[in-house]
Design a protein around this ligand. Structure first.
Ligand SMILES: Nc1ncnc2c1ncn2[C@@H]1O[C@H](COP(=O)(O)OP(=O)(O)OP(=O)(O)O)[C@@H](O)[C@H]1O
Ligand SMILES: [Mg+2]
Length: 242
């Protein structure tokens, strides 16, 4: 295809402007995606971001159950984590939302992942899984290698939402599977969102460490860049105390 001189010209003037700003110690602020951006212009950076956001939001809704399709992250620390993941995927680490039932953990988790998608990231793959379902799928099955393939899929996906960690019955097998999953994501610096009814640490009662074991807990301690304990009453009961 012949190069478009007009587009090449505007890209050159954009680079020239960036050089002038850089010489003055200033940085060009990334443009927000707004509705007036030139949709007809595939050479425009905004156009590419918009196209990436559309694709990522499509993947987000495919991975999101209907109940959470309107989920918006409302907590500032959750939004800040999503912003960081958008800026530097490898440095985002894990977002851990803890709290009692119905406080909105799953809602915030889907909201955070939606925010990342809406920002038009370079790449967007998401698997969202309830941990009890996950352990069910990972039990050795009749189909040769199916559980191993599933574990690899969950380990390698770019964004993983592990919902309700700690609800399965703790056992050596659960600990080992959790270790293999978390260890992979830890080693490869893959952003992970975890929700749990268990507190991260509780000297006087059951906590996440008791469930996942010391080696996973140690990795989580380093991976979790944002720990958000959610308080409040059960929203499913209209906010009345449970
Ligand atoms: N910020 C919010 N705005 C509107 N609705 C919300 C919000 N947070 C949660 N909800 C709604 O409240 C209900 C409970 O939220 P959610 O499922 O996220 O709770 P949870 O903490 O994950 O509970 P559980 O521990 O039982 O899984 C859902 O219907 C959800 O859509
Ligand atoms: Mg939940």
């Amino acid at each position: 295809m012949a190069p478009n001189p007009e587009r090449a010209g505007s890209a050159a003037s954009l680079r020239a402007m960036e050089r002038i700003l850089a010489a003055r110690g200033l940085q060009a602020v990334p443009e927000a995606i707004d509705d007036d951006s030139p949709e007809e212009n595939p050479g425009h950076r905004q156009w590419h971001r918009r196209a990436r956001a559309e694709y990522a939001l499509g993947r987000w809704s495919a991975a999101t159950p209907p109940r959470y399709r309107d989920a918006d992250a409302s907590l500032p620390e959750v939004r800040a984590w999503a912003d960081r993941a958008l800026t530097d995927n490898a440095a985002a680490g894990a977002l851990l939302l803890t709290g009692q039932t119905g406080t909105g953990k799953t809602h915030e988790a889907y909201g955070a992942l939606r925010m990342i998608a809406a920002g038009g990231p370079d790449r967007y793959e998401l698997i969202a899984v309830n941990s009890a379902d996950m352990y069910g799928r990972l039990r050795p099955s009749q189909v040769m290698g199916a559980a191993e393939r599933e574990l690899r899929r969950l380990s390698e996906v770019q964004y993983l939402l592990l919902d309700d960690l700690g609800t399965a019955k703790a056992s050596e097998w659960v600990e080992e599977v959790t270790y293999r999953l978390i260890n992979y994501r830890y080693n490869h610096c893959l952003p992970t969102v975890i929700t749990s009814n268990l507190p991260a640490r509780d000297e006087s009662g059951p906590d996440l460490t008791d469930f996942v074991g010391a080696r996973v807990a140690s990795r989580l301690a380093e991976m979790v860049t944002s720990l958000v304990p959610m308080i409040g009453s059960d929203r499913r009961r209209g906010g009345r105390a449970a």
